[in-house]
Structures are given as structure tokens and as C-alpha cells.
Design a binder for this molecule. Structure first.
Ligand code: C5P
Length: 257
């Protein structure tokens, strides 16, 4: 048993969760340069992780949420969960330490899910404002089709292929291109099997999302409409974008003033 695993169950003791969410929050956030792991950066006094735990545990499902946190921040992650988990919630929550790469963090999270879980969503804590509707859309499509499901947005910029010297060789047709987000959803068996046999020494490099992991293992991945508010914090400028969602009151959240 992992020493950091810690059940903060608010649910009835005999009901078994069939939905699992792995909330990956163990990145160091070096591109952001905030001096604190990205998921623990605050917006209006609330860590990004708080928003993610809040939306997941608001979903009306019998579920198990695994928060994957840096070992150094496990205690803070537990505090956040305790604060945010609604009383009488049907969600069980545990916190486990992350790995060096994102795919390792996801694997550790998957290993912490109870056997009863059949559908798994993997979500970046760095996307604090993904809506409950987006989670539900992904869950419904996984359950309807059995495929892996990713939220996707059309690409709006003109895309060019360049070489190492920055010389442009061509404009790429953007019509068939999309930008994908999280939460990404999977049949649990598909994702767990793909992660345990992951072809990580692939010529395309390390997988940067879970859809890529299952696709390398031969699974079909389909899209549902994504949303602007599921924007990811990567660089300092993204903080201003997330801040905008909060201050323009575009989220329908309570008490974010
Ligand atoms: O670095 P990137 O933006 O791709 O990270 C996406 C998400 O994956 C973040 O929420 C980050 O905390 C998480 N992550 C992780 N473990 C790592 C690297 C990233 O949980 N080793």
C-alpha cells in the first residue's frame, strides 16, 4: 500500500464506484516558472487543484477520484480534498505520488483505482475550468461507443511546416486538424492495458496524452466538442487567460469574487 494513499470517503460503504477519474497534478511546471508545481498555483487565492477536485466531485456519479500529486505536495493535496469534498459526496478520493513523466503519473493513478471502476477519465489539473458538462459529454460517449474519447477544438491559426532553421516549407491544410484537451475518457481495461505495455521508445517520442498511448496500442480514438474554458496553464500568459474566465464571471462558479 502506498504510504500516501489516503481514503477520504464520503460515500455509503457498500456501493462500488464504476467511474474513475485520474487528476494528474504532479508536473513541476517548469515552463511556467512559478516556483511551485502548476496545480498548486493560485488564482484568486484558490489553487488550480481546488477547481479540478471541485468539478469532479460535483458530478452525480458513484466515482473514485485519484489525485496524483508531487510527493512534496501530498499533504497540501489532501488538505485541498478535505476542504472541497462536499458532505455526503458519492465520491471516494485518494492521493498518490506522481512520476517523472506524465504517463508515469497516469499509470500510478490508474493503479490506485478500485477494481469496480469500468470507465476512466484522465484530466490535467492544469485545466481548472473544464466544465461538468464536458466531463459528462466524454463519459457518455465512452459508454455509448466503447472507444477512447477526447475533447477537440478546431485549429484557428494558419499552420506552417518549418525546418530547424525556421524556414517555412509549406502551409498545412488545417481542415482535418484539431487541438485536443482533457478530460479524456476510456474503457478502464483499454487504458490500463495500453499503459502497462506502452511503447514508450517510439520514434515519435514520449506520448503527451493518453489518447496517444491507447492509439499506439491499436485502440480507436474519437472526438467530442471541446471548450475554450478548458484552457491549460502552461506559460505565464495563460494565467491571464484563466484569470479572465474568473473575473468575467464566465464560469458560473460560486464564491470566486
Ligand atoms: O506539463 P504539461 O502541461 O503537459 O502537464 C499536463 C498535466 O500533467 C498537468 O496537470 C501536470 O501536473 C501533469 N503532470 C503530472 N506528472 C508529470 C508531468 C505532468 O502529473 N510528471
Amino acid at each position: 500500500m502506498n504510504p500516501l494513499a489516503n481514503d477520504l470517503s464520503g460515500s455509503t460503504p457498500h456501493a462500488l464506484p464504476t467511474l474513475g477519474v485520474v487528476l494528474v497534478a504532479a508536473g513541476r511546471g517548469e515552463r511556467l516558472g512559478a516556483g511551485t508545481p502548476k496545480a498548486f498555483v493560485e488564482l484568486h487565492g484558490r489553487a488550480l487543484l481546488e477547481f479540478g477536485v471541485g468539478v469532479v466531485t460535483s458530478l452525480p456519479h458513484l466515482g473514485h477520484l485519484v489525485v496524483v500529486a508531487p510527493e512534496s505536495h501530498a499533504a497540501i493535496a489532501l488538505d485541498i480534498v478535505e476542504q472541497v469534498l462536499p458532505e455526503g459526496s458519492p465520491w471516494e478520493v485518494s492521493v498518490v505520488p506522481g512520476g517523472r513523466e506524465r504517463h508515469e503519473s497516469v499509470r500510478f493513478g490508474l493503479e490506485a483505482l478500485p477494481e469496480s471502476v469500468e470507465t476512466v477519465l484522465v484530466h490535467d489539473a492544469a485545466r481548472p475550468f473544464a466544465s461538468a458538462e464536458l466531463f459528462e459529454r466524454v463519459i457518455a460517449e465512452v459508454r455509448r461507443t466503447g472507444d477512447a474519447v477526447v475533447p477537440a477544438l478546431p485549429v484557428v491559426d494558419t499552420i506552417k511546416r518549418v525546418d530547424a532553421d525556421g524556414i517555412v516549407h509549406e502551409t498545412v491544410d488545417r481542415a482535418p486538424l484539431v487541438a485536443v484537451q482533457t478530460p479524456q475518457g476510456f474503457a478502464r481495461e483499454t487504458l490500463a492495458a495500453a499503459h502497462s505495455t506502452a511503447q514508450l521508445q517510439h520514434e515519435a517520442g514520449l506520448p503527451t496524452d493518453d489518447a496517444e498511448v491507447v492509439q499506439r496500442a491499436g485502440a480507436q480514438v474519437r472526438t467530442v466538442p471541446g471548450e475554450q474554458r478548458a484552457h491549460k496553464l502552461t506559460a505565464p500568459a495563460d494565467l491571464a487567460i484563466l484569470e479572465h474566465f474568473l473575473t468575467a464571471n464566465l464560469l458560473g462558479l460560486e464564491s470566486e469574487a
